[in-house]
Design a protein around this ligand. Structure first.
Ligand code: PMP
Length: 377
């Protein structure tokens, strides 16, 4: 990313950023104008013209009151998110007091680390993991430690590996991601249960990041079902992926109301704008349409994984809306050759592996065609 091109006016020394920030680059995948953007696990299907108009009307209604601060507690939105989760996962609807919402699950996680991490505290994750976790830790002066997931191509994570890592590090926070980014791997609930029980022994927090939860295969359960039994468990979700609402920035968590109250202490006042709340509530009211492409995306994901395996690639089994596979040749060369053909994917995960998001049928066909040339067998 180019540095800010503003002219230098003065000659005095610039202030020194704190340790860890000085010289660091802002996180983010390239935002390039390409025909087939398959690099950040977005939902490729935008809202219909009718739904876009309904969202616009909701924003206009909210605009009339924009001289006032928004509802700080967003209780209507939080209650409706709870109702959605009940329908999605078959759990009793969590009350608004058990749900918390913020600007993307990025902000939700940041707030959790602010409240439960901090100087002298440790958070544990399992590699390969989502790239932002160490940054939440850095920003909150929390130590970030890792253990490894199992070997490729399954990248499995079992009870033994998790409990051994918790015993070794005695972390204040453990982040388990299910389905995991970038591998797509979902977790067995016995792993979540074992981690929650072990952490409870020293009052540790377990965060299960289910950003891709709605894409899990049939029969794969959500950690939401474990919430009533484990007061130290938080399940984080987002409207960015299955809900096709990445641009609105709405993430949320479900947990014991005491955890939600603790997060409320560290949130900035009025963090969730009135427009965001109105847009998210309208999207929730139209969830049938927005979530309507999830089944198709799951089918396309399975077809994409099968196609890559047929070509002879190593492929990580995926419960998410992306597939991680091992390139035959240098992954950076393959990445660039795909980009030259209008297909943007992501060079992320273990050395040699590439991640491709599931797009429209047209995107997926373009990717397959481009890959024949970019990474010949
Ligand atoms: N968790 C995981 C595992 C992710 O991959 C992402 C986004 N790529 C997020 C959280 C953050 O999503 P958002 O802030 O858009 O809700």
């Amino acid at each position: 990313m180019p540095a800010n091109p503003a002219p230098t006016l003065g000659t005095s020394a610039l202030p020194a950023p704190r340790e860890g920030i000085a010289g660091a680059a802002p996180y983010g995948a390239p935002q390039l104008a390409v025909e087939h953007a398959l690099n950040v696990n977005e939902n490729p299907y935008g809202p219909s013209a009718e739904l876009a108009a309904a969202i616009g009307r909701a924003a206009a209604d909210a605009a009339v009151g924009l001289n006032r601060y928004p509802d700080r507690e967003a209780l209507d939105l939080r209650r409706e998110l709870g109702e959605y989760l009940a329908a999605e996962s078959g759990i009793p609807a969590p009350a608004a007091e058990s749900v918390w919402a913020a600007n993307g699950s990025n902000e939700v996680m940041h707030q959790l680390l602010l409240a439960y991490g901090g100087p002298g505290r440790t958070a544990l994750g399992f590699t390969p993991h989502y790239s932002m976790y160490p940054e939440y830790a850095r920003d909150t002066y929390t130590s970030w430690v890792t253990a490894e997931r199992g070997p490729a191509p399954d990248f499995a994570l079992g009870v033994e590996a998790v409990t051994a890592a918790i015993a070794a590090h005695r972390p204040d926070i453990v982040v388990l991601t299910s389905p995991n980014n970038p591998t797509g791997t979902a977790l067995d609930l016995e792993v979540v249960e074992a981690a929650a029980e072990q952490l409870a022994g020293h009052r540790g927090l377990l965060v299960v990041d289910e950003a891709y939860g709605e894409f899990r295969r049939d029969g794969v359960p959500s950690a939401l079902t474990l919430l009533p039994a484990h007061r130290n468990l938080v399940v984080a979700r987002t409207m960015s992926k299955a809900f096709a609402l990445a641009g609105a920035r709405l993430g949320y968590l479900v947990a014991d109301p005491a955890i939600v109250d603790t997060v409320r202490v560290v949130r900035l006042p009025y963090h969730l704008s009135a427009v965001t709340q109105a847009v998210a509530r309208t999207a929730l009211a139209h969830r049938e349409e927005l979530l309507g492409k999830v089944a198709l995306l799951r089918t396309e994901r399975d077809a994409l994984a099968a196609h890559l395996a047929d070509r002879g690639h190593d492929v990580a089994p995926s419960d998410a809306n992306f597939v991680l596979f091992r390139a035959f040749s240098d992954r950076d060369v393959v990445f660039r050759a795909l980009l030259e053909r209008g297909v943007l994917i992501r060079a992320v995960g273990p050395a040699g592996w590439l991640r491709v998001s599931v797009g429209t049928s047209e995107d997926n066909t373009a990717f397959r065609t481009a890959l024949e040339e970019a990474d010949p067998r």
